[in-house]
Design a protein around this ligand. Structure first.
Ligand code: AMP
Ligand code: ZN
Length: 543
């Protein structure tokens, strides 16, 4: 791809140039003036690389780009990363992958604050609204109800957004292309195509899970920094910079991801049965008193478990894996087993990089239905749910939250540990950089107890130096702002979509997957050239 393109260094932003080599690692990048450049040292910083290019151009040398992974890492830490983000660049974004219909308008702006740092990238949210389908009458999301909600809500939201923008057209249109329910995605995708065609602007089909993973980087650019970004802060780069670990904990997904670059999100663990959000929703439906039963059930469960917020937590993190695997007895007889703790193969097997929440949910449902003896044995005798006290229900709510969250965090800890000799030290993900950030997003990440528990577990296990980042709750659940941001990151890196793209129901974001991940889909254009669908492993950046 890159060898067929001859962008001028004056016309093309540095990030675009850096990613121009993404699909053709070995091909030299040809710049203006007909010169070709290459680099041998992958650890070069952008400043060094730029200097070398310019010196090389002046001398008429051929210069080859270094490995993309090194570039994407240093690009995200460099001031130059903002070169392609011109003020005035804006996108209208649409999200319809599941049961939330959402529209956003996001624009790049200059930093006009008194402490302005000319390198600070700033975004302005001109519009952001969401309508959630009302599936309360059903046990979970009803696809037809969600579809009807998109069909009836989307037009109005777009009209509102345009009114806010005084009818001005955005620079390009971003829309969720997948993964998600195909018919629901179609509602957003076809309207996005129509708008982009009418305006004569580019279209960008966004990967929904990539958007979740990139959300904290959006947060770092917002005009008002969310409170989670208080503390050490480098205003000269997008934060967090790659690589970082992200956990996506939602109603449909539970994944631990190593985000190494814009399109390189390696899935380290995902759920073997149900998603954590699904588990908490169904546990809530089993144990909440009927007057408190309202969606989102995970939120209702948190409010019921901890009516006084943090004052009710009383949480002590397990100091080692053994303690973490120990079942905690309760005065009610029942106790919740730790997922995978009893798997065949003992402790070793319990460290498999997989999540499991189905057993936990079954236990909660059974404890609400059947009597348990003092020694913890479940009997066949049924309970009268009406007679189960608020106190017992509350203890069960706290326990299901604690056990499911400790399980979620346990895979982060396993990833962070150096398993050789079980010596605890941060994982080296590349020669130059350790992971120093863990991001939690998805609807379940809005849970305040999870935030507390993650921090406590990291501290107790020797990872006090690891930053834990939680996007604000309204950006944790499905929303169009994250689609706008992912669109911005892709667009400023040179990507666009063709107008024949179709929704993708299942779409990995891992370039190692069979489908080739984000860039494996058909319909990408990069720096004006059609990008052939990338096959498995071709898109992986070198180790
Ligand atoms: P998403 O699929 O990302 O839109 O997230 C929806 C899921 O997040 C549902 O399972 C909700 O019940 C869950 N959720 C929302 N708020 C909370 C909360 N405060 N605690 C736990 N789960 C929550
Ligand atoms: Zn989502």
């Amino acid at each position: 791809m890159s060898s067929t393109k001859t962008p001028s260094i004056q016309q093309t932003s540095l990030p675009r140039l850096l990613h121009a080599d993404a699909a053709g690692q070995s091909a030299p990048v040809v710049l203006g003036l007909g010169r070709t450049f290459s680099f041998k040292e992958s650890g070069d910083g952008i400043a060094t690389i730029t200097k070398t290019i310019i010196e090389g151009m002046l001398k008429g040398q051929r210069v080859r780009w270094p490995a993309t992974r090194a570039l994407s890492g240093c690009a995200s830490r460099s001031r130059s990363v903002h070169a392609g983000w011109r003020p005035g660049l804006s996108t209208l974004a649409i999200e319809t992958s599941c049961d939330d219909t959402s529209v956003a308008l996001l624009a790049i702006q200059r930093d006009t604050s008194s402490t302005a740092n000319p390198h600070q990238l700033r975004t302005h949210v001109a519009y952001h609204e969401r309508v959630t389908a009302n599936s309360a009458a059903y046990n979970g999301i009803h696809p037809l109800v969600a579809l009807h909600s998109h069909q009836t809500s989307l037009g109005g939201l777009v009209a509102d957004a345009l009114a806010k923008n005084a009818g001005a057209k955005p620079s390009f249109v971003s829309v969720t292309r997948g993964p998600g329910m195909r018919s629901n995605l179609t509602v957003g995708l076809e309207l996005a195509k129509g708008l982009a065609l009418a305006w004569g602007v580019p279209l960008l089909g966004v990967h929904h899970m990539q958007a979740h993973s990139l959300t904290p980087r959006l947060c770092s650019t917002l005009e008002i920094l969310p409170d989670l970004y208080q503390g050490p802060w480098d205003p000269t780069s997008l934060q967090p910079s790659f690589p970082y670990l992200s956990v996506l904990a939602s109603g449909g997904h539970t994944m631990l991801v190593n985000s190494a670059g814009l399109t390189d999100h390696q899935i380290l663990a995902s759920t073997g049965d149900i998603a954590i959000g699904d588990c908490l929703d169904k546990a809530a439906r089993a144990l909440l008193p009927s007057d408190l039963m309202e969606p989102p059930y995970g939120k209702a469960l948190e409010e019921f478990a901890f009516p006084n917020g943090a004052a009710d937590y009383n949480y002590t993190a397990p100091v080692n894996r053994g303690e973490e695997l120990t079942r905690r007895a309760t005065k009610w007889g029942w106790s919740l087993g730790v997922p995978l703790a009893d798997s065949k193969g003992g402790e070793k097997s319990s460290r498999r990089m997989v999540f499991s929440f189905a057993g936990l949910l079954t236990s909660v449902q059974r404890f609400m239905r059947q009597k348990v003896t003092e020694d913890g044995t479940i009997t066949a005798e049924l309970r009268d749910a009406e007679l189960i006290s608020i106190e017992e229900r509350r203890d069960l709510a706290r326990e299901v939250l604690r056990v499911s969250f400790e399980h979620l965090v346990s895979r982060i800890l396993i990833r962070l540990e150096d398993t050789v000799g079980r010596k605890v030290k941060p994982v080296q993900v590349d020669a130059t950089r350790e992971i120093d950030t863990v991001v939690i997003s998805g609807g379940v990440a809005s849970n305040r107890y999870l935030r507390h528990l993650l921090r406590a577990m990291l501290d107790a296990r020797g990872y006090a130096h690891i930053k834990a980042i939680f996007p604000p709750p309204n950006l944790c659940t499905d929303n169009a702002l994250m689609i706008a941001w992912a669109g911005m990151e892709m667009y400023t890196t040179g990507y666009q979509s063709t107008f024949d793209i179709t929704p993708i129901r299942k779409w990995s974001m891992d370039p190692r997957a069979e489908d080739g991940g984000i860039l494996g889909a058909e319909g990408w254009i990069h720096d004006g050239n059609p990008l052939p669908a990338v096959q498995k492993s071709q898109a992986i950046t070198p180790p």
